[in-house]
Structure formats: C-alpha cells, structure tokens
Design a protein around this ligand. Structure first.
Ligand SMILES: O=P(O)(O)OC[C@H]1O[C@H](OP(=O)(O)OP(=O)(O)O)[C@H](O)[C@@H]1O
Ligand code: HPA
Ligand SMILES: [Mg+2]
Length: 158
C-alpha cells in the first residue's frame, strides 16, 4: 500500500518523456515503438515525435484496478512487431515489473523503456528517467485534476 504520492503534471511528463527520448537516441537507431496501453500511449507518442518514428504498435495489458493489483491479462497482443527486433517497448512506469516481463516475453528482442521506475521493477528496464520509492504511488496527469485545497492554517493538525 502506498504511503506517499508523487504528482506528475502534463508539463513534467512532457519534459521527462523528452529526456527518455534523449536516452533512447544515445543507444542507437529505433525502427518502431510498442506502447503498452494505456499508460504507455502518451509517453510513446512523445518519444515517437522526438525520434521521428512513424511505426507505432500497441499491446494491452491490464494489471491494476486503481491501486489494487490483480492477475495480468493480455487484452491485445502486438500485431506487427515480430520478435521485437529494432523496436522499443514503452510504458509510463515499472512498479513490480509484472507487466514489463509479460510484454518482454512477447517481444524478446525489443528494448524496454519507461519514464518512472520503482526499485522492484527497475532492473527490467533498459532505460528509465526517474526512480521513486516502492511505497510511492505516482499520480499521472490523466488520472488527476487541479482542485481547491484549504489553506495550511485551516487544516487540522497532522
Ligand atoms: O510493474 P507493474 O507492477 O506491472 O505495474 C506497472 C503497470 O501498471 C500500470 O498499468 P495498469 O495495469 O494500471 O493499466 P493502464 O496502463 O491501462 O492504466 C502502469 O501503466 C504499468 O503498465
Ligand atoms: O504508481 C503507480 N501509479 C499509477 N499506476 C500504477 N500502476 C502501478 N503502479 C502505479
Ligand atoms: Mg499500464
């Protein structure tokens, strides 16, 4: 269970997505990207734009219902990425690494990249940008909205 929250704004996600693109570019040419839906869709779009990649495939794995982890289900396999040669699989984050391991098994020759990583899943990523602790839940901009917060002086102590 998460005890900390790390809120990511659209602006920060865009910057971190571009940082991921830089790191991928340094590793060598990329023919296509495979986005793990849904969280990997926007990171994959940012990377594809920066690396001028038009070949974009998707794979759908459902593992979580909000913060509750369930049995991962592959809802859609990647159709046109072969064994993954020349492709980079992209996701928003690795947490336990379960989702990444399933997709890596489907595309054994692809690299795996994500923007955020937690310690339990970090080693499965070839490239990531920012690490957060295992007890931190990352709040993505598509899951949140700005809202009023009470002034500090009016909040209950604690
Ligand atoms: O490393 P893991 O423990 O497998 O967790 C990471 C995965 O969990 C989330 O996806 P989720 O299953 O919530 O689906 P979504 O991307 O459609 O929101 C996240 O987008 C990663 O794909
Ligand atoms: O920290 C997280 N944030 C959002 N989705 C997630 N899915 C697994 N871990 C996370
Ligand atoms: Mg996901």
């Amino acid at each position: 269970m998460a005890t900390h929250y790390y809120t990511v704004t659209w602006d920060q996600l865009h910057r971190d997505g571009r940082a991921l693109a830089w790191r991928l570019m340094e590793r060598g040419p990329v023919r296509g990207v495979v986005a793990i839906t849904r969280g990997g869709l926007i990171p994959a779009a940012i990377v594809a734009r920066e690396l001028e990649i038009r070949l974009i495939e998707s794979v759908s794995v459902v593992t979580y219902d909000e913060e509750a982890r369930g049995e991962p289900v592959v809802v859609k396999a990647p159709a046109a990425a072969g064994d993954g040669e020349g492709f980079v699989i992209i996701d928003d984050l690795v947490d336990t690494g379960t989702t990444a391991r399933i997709v890596r098994a489907l595309l054994p020759r692809a690299a795996f990249a994500c923007i955020y990583a937690k310690p339990a899943g970090r080693d499965i990523a070839d490239v990531f940008v920012t690490e957060v602790s295992q007890d931190t839940w990352i709040l993505f901009p598509w899951d949140t909205e700005p809202q009023f917060v009470a002034p500090l002086a009016k909040r209950p102590p604690g």
